[in-house]
Write a protein that binds this ligand. Structure first.
Ligand code: HEM
Length: 117
């Protein structure tokens, strides 16, 4: 069970890497758009995160305040991806505030995961 939990955590981290990596590519190539890869990353991180939110394969208590905060942030990122890609379709560009918030909130979730104990 413990090994399986570590595998799910690994998948969770792949989702985070795909989301943040796809965002970083858009930041550095100057397009600053929203790509489908970002949504895939969010989906992978979200599904694996929900699986990790249940207390299986561990002998300590989970920090539900931390997990709840991460869930709220994940939903906010999902909303920004939806609104941003809608704007991108209509006007060809994503408002800078939406683009930056996606990266900042993703990094914030990783910071919360690693720093808040
Ligand atoms: C963009 C969204 C997310 C990012 C970037 C993210 C990032 C991370 C990272 C980097 C870790 C490893 C930390 C460590 O093991 O020390 C982690 C672990 C974890 N994440 Fe997430 N996460 C996200 C969303 C979620 C969601 C939505 C949930 C649950 C509803 C969740 C639940 C967990 C749990 C339970 C762990 C296991 C480690 C622990 O208990 O602290 N995550 N996450």
């Amino acid at each position: 069970m413990e090994i399986l939990r570590h595998v799910v955590l690994f998948i969770h981290l792949i989702g985070f890497a795909v989301l943040f990596g796809a965002w970083a590519v858009e930041l550095f190539n100057g397009r600053r758009g929203i790509t489908r890869l970002m949504s895939y990353g969010l989906l992978i991180a979200g599904v694996a995160g929900l699986a990790l939110a249940a207390p299986w394969g561990i002998e300590y208590d989970l920090n539900y305040a931390k997990i709840g905060t991460k869930l709220v942030i994940l939903v906010a990122i999902g909303a920004l991806l939806g609104i941003g890609s809608g704007r991108q379709r209509k006007s060809g560009a994503v408002p800078p505030a939406i683009f930056w918030l996606i990266g900042i909130l993703t990094a914030a979730n990783a910071a919360i995961a690693t720093i808040w104990r």
